[in-house]
Ligand binder design. Structure first.
Ligand code: AQP
Length: 328
């Protein structure tokens, strides 16, 4: 049976990109695989964040997970920081990834491009080590992610290969799973940039009310010309809206394109806004109910216990392999 691991870091308000690229699809795995979904709160500490904001974002993500249809009876939902094995495995694995490869990571370069060395913490530099530890701990063979996270799964694969070559078949080799549609939702104000929660220009937030969401879609940047056509290079705005439509409707880009043959931009945008509204309305209602009932508390408590059991076994296996004395 496949073991699936994925997570979202509580660095900001979740966007439509997080939803269409990741969150919406997590539930699809829970009937046929063992699924571990976490809130990557330790990762969120790698750039400055206000404690209250971090706490609230973490509660939001837990509630969004439940609202998306993840069933705690079928999967394990937990906070990264409540399973101590993440930090313990990280302490071991940091010796198997090297400065040169960490320096080449796109996310590190992007996030730190405007910072100087006295502002860049060790945590953001060593981010891939912790992410590799997250994946390895659960023996995950499949890691569903958006396009921007492929590089982190690739470096985890390098680490697993390196470790297993040295110590034998100790770690499971993971693979990134990327969606055909929706793996990279772009900003509505600059469709050449990813919609990102820490760079909120042109974002649709899942907590925006529907009126605001519709308004944002109706004023999204479009391209010259009049044809609704998927052409990310020459028509990035229209292509992004087509992707959003196709992701909401669970159809291919080709089908979405056919639907809008001959449409004017204004009517096309209205249809995209309708599709997003149809998709998000029940999800947002469930989220409000979960927040009000605090249903996430029990889920996170039980999830931490379940996750710790699995993670501590892998940790012990690794400790033994590298020669640490494990006294049972
Ligand atoms: N724009 C996007 N389109 C499709 N997928 C996306 N994801 C993020 N943005 C988009 C996917 O959401 C999951 C969780 O992401 P994360 O929080 O771990 O970090 P991220 O990829 O760095 O997402 P953000 O929103 O851009 O966060 P910040 O701004 O904090 O760095 C991942 O599977 C991601 O691919």
């Amino acid at each position: 049976m496949d073991r699936i691991l994925s997570g979202i870091k509580p660095t900001g308000q979740l966007t439509l990109g997080n939803y269409l690229g990741a969150l919406k699809h997590f539930k699809d795995f829970q009937d046929q695989s063992e699924v571990f979904i976490f809130i990557a709160d330790l990762h969120a500490l790698t750039l400055p964040i206000d404690p209250e904001v971090l706490r609230n974002n973490s509660i939001d993500i837990a509630s969004f997970y439940l609202a998306s249809g993840l069933d705690p009876k079928k999967c394990t939902i937990f906070l990264q920081s409540s399973v101590s094995a993440h930090a313990e495995l990280n302490a071991i694995m940091q010796n198997y990834l090297f400065m040169g490869e960490l320096k080449r990571m796109t996310q590190f370069k992007d996030k730190c491009s405007k910072m100087n060395d006295s502002q860049i913490g060790l945590g953001i530099f060593a981010y891939p080590v912790l992410m590799a530890s997250d994946i390895i701990l659960y023996d995950a063979n499949i890691v569903p992610v958006g396009e921007d996270q492929i590089q982190h799964v690739e470096i985890t694969r390098d680490l697993v290969h390196r470790f297993n070559t040295k110590y034998g078949d100790i770690l499971i080799m993971p693979k990134a799973q990327i969606r055909k549609v929706g793996a990279r939702i772009m900003s509505l104000s600059d469709p050449t940039k990813k919609m990102s929660k820490s760079d909120p220009k042109g974002d649709i937030f899942l907590k925006d009310d529907m009126k605001t969401i519709r308004k944002k879609i109706m004023s999204a940047v479009t391209d010259s010309g009049t044809e609704v056509k998927y052409d990310p290079e020459n028509k990035p705005g229209i292509s992004n809206l087509l992707t959003i439509y196709a992701s909401c409707k669970d159809i291919s880009i080709e089908e979405a394109e056919k639907t809008f043959n001959g449409f004017r931009y204004g009517d096309f945008k209205k249809a995209v806004a309708d599709a997003v509204e149809e998709e998000l309305t029940p999800f947002k209602q469930r989220y409000e109910e979960i927040i009000a009932s605090k249903a996430y508390v029990k889920v996170l408590k039980e999830g931490a216990e379940k996750a710790s059991k699995v993670a501590s076994k892998t940790l012990k296996r690794v400790q033994k392999a590298v020669g640490l004395l494990t006294i049972d």
